[in-house]
Write a protein that binds this ligand. Sequence first.
Ligand code: HEC
Ligand code: HEC
Ligand code: HEC
Ligand code: HEC
Ligand code: HEC
Length: 411
Amino acid sequence: MWSERFCFLFLIFYVFTPVSNLNAGNETTTQQAPSESVARDLLYSQQWQKSPHANHKLANEINSGAMANPSNAKCLVCHTSQGFIQWAREGFTPFRSAVNSSGGGFMPTILEDETALAPTCIACHDPQTEMTKGTGGNDPMLRLKSKPRALLGGFKIGNVGRGAICMVCHNNGQGLTNDATTPVMKSARAPHKANQADIFMGENFFFVKTGNPAYHVNAIYNTCTACHMGSTYKQRHPTDHSFQATFEICYACHKEFDPMDVKYSVLWGLETLKATIDTAITDFAQTGIDAGKFRLLNMNEDEKVEKDYTSFSEGRISDVNIRYLYERQVIEVKVNGKSYLTSLDVIESKGFRLLDSVQGQIIAKAAWNLFMIDKDGSFGAHNHKLISEVIKETLKKLEETDFKVIVPLPN
Ligand code: HEC
Ligand code: HEC
Ligand code: HEC
Ligand code: HEC
Ligand code: HEC
């Protein structure tokens, strides 16, 4: 069924677009015969179909409202072609504050069941625009040209070339979260797994200075697409529409160090950070039990939460495992050998909710940093300097805090 729908879209794409018009990308391209462009577009279509962008199932699940309350409409701008195109026509205006369609700003329309399309060709490419010839060669008719703009994530992007079209979707999309905007975390939130532009532009971390873009923003022309579509830096043609990057590409510009060292150092950092957070939570909980007061709200995997707290006045905490459960920080924990799963913000030690204590705030912020690095999925490739600093500063903060002492937040 989806392939039919895709063919239909593809047809529209062709009707509006003389294929030779799309023969763009870089200066060294020579005009191709129409048969070659058809072969190329077929290749792109095969690559795209294997890419995560072709996930119509997720698009429809989100459209159905199964995943978000109260409003799934705003999810559609990044998760469906229809929502994205509607949003593009509105000039990609931020609409974060408008939760319902009567609230002023733009809100995409919920689609009929099973009609949502994941990001297809016509999401990124506008078949109706005029071809223009810029300094970077022919224009691939992207719906978004690079110019400074605010993202839903609450920060601006500047001169990022063709990467702009990626960043408008690949950002956390929930406004800013850092020491200045969020001195106190009110819930044990975790980022949306779409935070690549945040990392690239140096945003959304605790314990470090934010707002400094990665060296690569200026160093790599067209940013995201250079590494993920293999185009600009190698003048490779055709471009790669599977959108996958590997550490191999680093060798094109770097001889002075082994890029794999970047990946291994971040993997080590993630592991160490997680272990240190697990230990901090263990200390926090054990201190409560030792004082005769620890409790949690148990839940099961499909997120049914028990109404009543389970309380413990003695015993042993073990096997703490902090985990990401769709934008939330949760832990698996054994108390006296029995396993529980609980949201981090509902555990209470010595009568204090974790987030109402100085030590608990450090745990939740450290875990936010952990999930920012983990969910980005680039192992430091997107901003190694910042990521190594975040790992260092977060570990330092955890190491200089005694989690066996529980101090309530002032007021
Ligand atoms: C997620 C966004 C996205 C999707 C989906 C997408 N493209 Fe592209 N496409 C791009 C970007 C970005 C470029 C420019 C890459 C560069 O050179 O930096 C591009 C370049 C092109 C070009 C220019 C020729 C070239 O190789 O430089 C053609 C043709 C093209 N895409 C066709 C397609 C077709 C056909 C599909 C659907 C099967 C598709 N694209 C899906 C983002 C997308
Ligand atoms: C600003 C754009 C944007 C918005 C708004 C957005 N998403 Fe996403 N979402 C993405 C991108 C991009 C990815 C994939 C990134 C990756 O895999 O690294 C993603 C991934 C996901 C995933 C798969 C990864 C996971 O965490 O399991 C789910 C599920 C999801 N989104 C649900 C939603 C829901 C529900 C909403 C609305 C409440 C929403 N998204 C709003 C951009 C967005
Ligand atoms: C219309 C919004 C949108 C745009 C534009 C977009 N993406 Fe995505 N991208 C998504 C969504 C949604 C997913 C996740 C789908 C899923 O999880 O099944 C995704 C997934 C990915 C993934 C796979 C992530 C993983 O966890 O495996 C990569 C890599 C990626 N995108 C790169 C890019 C690049 C590079 C660009 C720019 C050329 C781009 N995307 C533009 C929405 C977008
Ligand atoms: C310097 C090259 C480079 C640049 C620039 C770059 N990336 Fe990446 N990206 C990588 C590498 C390398 C990985 C990790 C691939 C791996 O080993 O799994 C990655 C991982 C990702 C992933 C996760 C893929 C997965 O399988 O989980 C997404 C999504 C992504 N990048 C999107 C982007 C976006 C959006 C931009 C622009 C803001 C961008 N990238 C800029 C190199 C780059
Ligand atoms: C198109 C060329 C290009 C590619 C591809 C590229 N880089 Fe870079 N990178 C640069 C330039 C230029 C600088 C800035 C050098 C300077 O100022 O000393 C830089 C700086 C760096 C730095 C030092 C700054 C920092 O953030 O710590 C690291 C580490 C780095 N790159 C890692 C990588 C990795 C890992 C990859 C592959 C995923 C990669 N680079 C791919 C051009 C590139």
